[in-house]
Design a protein around this ligand. Structure first.
Ligand code: SF4
Ligand code: SF4
Length: 315
């Protein structure tokens, strides 16, 4: 299975952008000869909402869930962290697959719900709203495409209850898209910013502890009722994290900082930041040089966009 957000470099995806009213021929059920085949080739990136749903269902904290059921990967050249579902031992079989099917079916991730439809968010220049497009993935082992059933992509999304996942993953997608389309303009993200992103996006229970800490209280002024809601509700907490990340990544003024908190912290940490920025710039420069060398060859064959900004132009 592929990520719902990006067309892979080389894939069985049919490279035609489709809209919600496009018709597809597909059906998946226990009687298909390929039952479970896709879950044996699983490559499932998780959104923040996927983590909330799965950890709730399994009765784990986010920290426990991430440790037991996921592995980390880097989403881009800036090392933006992501997480994917674990496999069974050394195989490519999803950790949650059983002979009877998916053991977390009611709470399966967004990528599993969409499959074999891929989801692509695009953002055009000078337009605030993202455009949603879809594409079809036809893998040779998937016999669902031979089943005698036609339906529109919107009908399929409804059937798979994907709308709730789309709605609750909107912040997650928007941030990644904006970060990607900003390119070098947003500068190098420090290890601290990347760690913060990981915590506020995936490790929501640890983020809650952080929001309740004295350090947070000293740094930010959050209205009491908003804070109480965020502490009680994971989705409200994700919203607070999203605003903080947009502030850190893009300089948007969305969360009020206490007077003098930033200056005090900057002064204390200046020597550390100077050293880190120097190291991070050197490391990034090296990575970009390496990547450019490889991609120059690849791009002629695959059309791969070397700087990762194709189709995601930000104002
Ligand atoms: S979570 Fe369930 S549906 Fe998704 S790959 Fe794993 S077993 Fe398959
Ligand atoms: S029809 Fe496709 S999606 Fe359904 S079980 Fe078979 S391979 Fe997986």
């Amino acid at each position: 299975m592929q990520t719902p957000f990006e067309l892979p470099v080389s894939s069985p995806a049919i490279p035609t952008q489709l809209n919600g009213s496009a018709k597809i021929q597909f059906s998946c059920h226990k009687g298909v000869s390929c039952f479970n085949e896709c879950c044996k080739q699983a490559d499932i990136p998780l959104t923040s909402y996927d983590v909330i749903r799965l950890k709730g269902y399994l009765g784990l904290s986010s920290t426990e869930f991430l440790k037991e059921h996921t592995y980390p990967f880097e989403m881009d050249n800036d090392r933006l962290p992501g997480v994917k579902l674990r496999h069974k031992d050394e195989s490519t079989t999803c950790h949650f697959m059983t002979e009877e099917g998916c053991s977390v079916y009611e709470h399966r991730p967004m990528a599993c719900r969409y499959y074999p439809v891929g989801h692509l968010s695009l953002r055009k220049q000078n337009v605030n709203e993202e455009e949603e497009h879809y594409f079809l993935v036809k893998e040779s082992y998937c016999k669902g495409h031979e089943e005698d059933r036609e339906l529109t992509i919107d009908e399929y999304r409804k059937e798979q209850q994907v709308e709730e996942y789309d709605k609750n993953s909107h912040m997650y997608r928007r941030l990644i898209l904006k970060k990607k389309s900003g390119g070098p303009a947003i500068g190098t993200l420090s290890k601290n910013s990347l760690s913060f992103y990981f915590m506020a996006t995936y490790d929501i229970d640890r983020f809650r502890d952080f929001v309740l800490s004295e350090g947070f209280e000293k740094a930010y002024e959050i209205p009491e009722d908003e804070l109480v809601e965020a502490i009680k509700d994971d989705m409200r907490l994700l919203e607070l994290g999203d605003r903080l990340m947009r502030q850190i990544f893009f300089g948007e003024k969305l969360v009020k900082q206490r007077e003098g908190a930033w200056e005090e912290r900057s002064e204390k940490r200046k020597h550390l930041w100077d050293a880190r920025t120097k190291d991070a710039l050197a490391e990034r420069h090296k990575r970009e040089q390496d990547m450019y060398t490889v991609d120059k060859e690849d791009s002629a064959v695959t059309g791969f966009c070397p700087d990762g900004t194709c189709g995601t132009n930000d104002p």
